[in-house]
Design a protein around this ligand. Structure first.
Ligand SMILES: [Zn+2]
Length: 122
């Protein structure tokens, strides 16, 4: 799948935006500086992943606000329960979503402005 949706799909699969095969991460929070397969630079400049922070923040806000109102509508728990659940979710979710936010940012940015001409895929 090519195009924007292909870039989003590849981002969710945590793969290199150029060759779309190699995993981006070597550990829970550590990325390759460049793709070991195709050499695509994965961090173009200092501060490059600030956009990923915005993605992570937006996803966290949508989850917590949406979850708050959905849970209120579905089960109507007490305010104390809501205040126990959603701040904890707001603290834990960005850690879980960290890799996906970086990968989405990298893949969409690569789709919009690749750092060099795309290599021919198989
Ligand atoms: Zn690659």
């Amino acid at each position: 799948m090519r195009g924007f949706l292909g870039a989003v799909r590849n981002g969710l699969l945590l793969r290199c935006p150029a060759c779309r095969r190699e995993p981006l991460f070597t550990g829970p929070f550590r990325m390759h500086p460049a793709c070991p397969r195709c050499g695509c630079p994965l961090e173009r400049e200092a501060g490059y992943f600030i956009g990923a922070i915005y993605i992570n923040y937006a996803a966290t806000v949508v989850l917590c606000l949406g979850g708050f109102f959905a849970l209120d509508w579905l089960a109507a728990p007490s305010l104390a329960v809501q205040l126990a659940v959603w701040p904890a979710a707001g603290a834990a979710f960005p850690l879980v979503f960290f890799r996906y936010a970086r990968s989405l940012w990298l893949n969409v940015d690569h789709f919009i402005s690749p750092p060099y001409p795309r290599p021919e895929g198989p």
